[in-house]
Design a protein around this ligand. Structure first.
Ligand code: G4P
Ligand code: NA
Ligand code: NA
Length: 195
């Protein structure tokens, strides 16, 4: 079975709708993690971006780390995650961006140490969800500060009815999402039909 089918079936089986636009997937992605599924995702991200000369993978803690790690394993490149919390050891020489969450109506500073990104890097950004695209936007700002190049954006679950995908498409960015949700209808997940 393709990872797309695996993931769609898993979302149908284990995903729960919270309100109008949030999909709870804590049994395989956001809290409990399914390693076998993550491994397949890593392989798929590799298949999708293998010709892009990726030197590094960047994500944001916490839920992006698992898929990013498996992708990094397939590419044979390091995985860096931006931190959201002030850290004892991450203080100086930072690249950072402010990420506003429309969902939570809060702002978070995300930061990485400057030593982990440089102008020689061509970076694949990975995240668990693409909703309004603010996390990806923050990571793009970090790439800019480092003068690093963008090698693509890989998303596990895209909510195509929110603004993020369009924002990235409008910038000509190469985005690949493993599952694309078109809508939540009568408590059911509708996926974007592939042609
Ligand atoms: P955006 O980055 O696309 O703008 O996302 P948004 O602000 O809307 O989302 C804030 C947080 O909620 C992010 O996680 C994001 O991954 C997550 N999220 C967005 N939509 C959904 C959804 O439908 N279901 C689930 N489960 N999560 C969603 P975060 O706060 O960075 O948390 P985490 O990475 O530590 O889990
Ligand atoms: Na996330
Ligand atoms: Na999340």
């Amino acid at each position: 079975m393709t990872v797309l089918k695996l993931l769609e079936e898993r979302i149908k089986k284990d995903g729960q709708l919270l309100g109008e636009e949030v999909l709870k997937v804590d049994s395989f992605l956001n809290q409990q993690i399914d390693p076998e599924l993550m491994k397949e995702m890593g392989k798929e991200f590799y298949r999708l971006f293998k010709d892009n000369n990726i030197t590094k993978i960047l994500t944001v803690e916490s839920s992006g780390i698992a898929p990013a790690l498996m992708a990094g394993y397939e590419f044979g490149v390091p995985v860096v995650f931006a931190r959201k919390h002030k850290s004892l050891t991450l203080k100086d020489h930072l690249y950072s961006a402010t990420v506003y969450s429309f969902t939570k109506q809060t702002s978070n500073e995300i930061a990485i140490s400057q030593k982990f990104l440089s102008e020689d890097d061509n970076v694949l950004l990975i995240d668990d969800f693409l909703a309004n695209g603010q996390a990806v936007k923050g990571m793009l700002e970090i790439l800019e500060q480092a003068n690093a190049s963008l090698g693509g954006v890989g998303i596990v679950i895209e909510k195509a009815f929110q603004k993020g995908r369009k924002m990235l498409d409008d910038q000509g960015i190469h985005v690949e999402s493993l599952a694309r949700i078109a809508a939540f209808e009568n408590g059911e997940v509708k996926f974007v039909e592939e042609d």
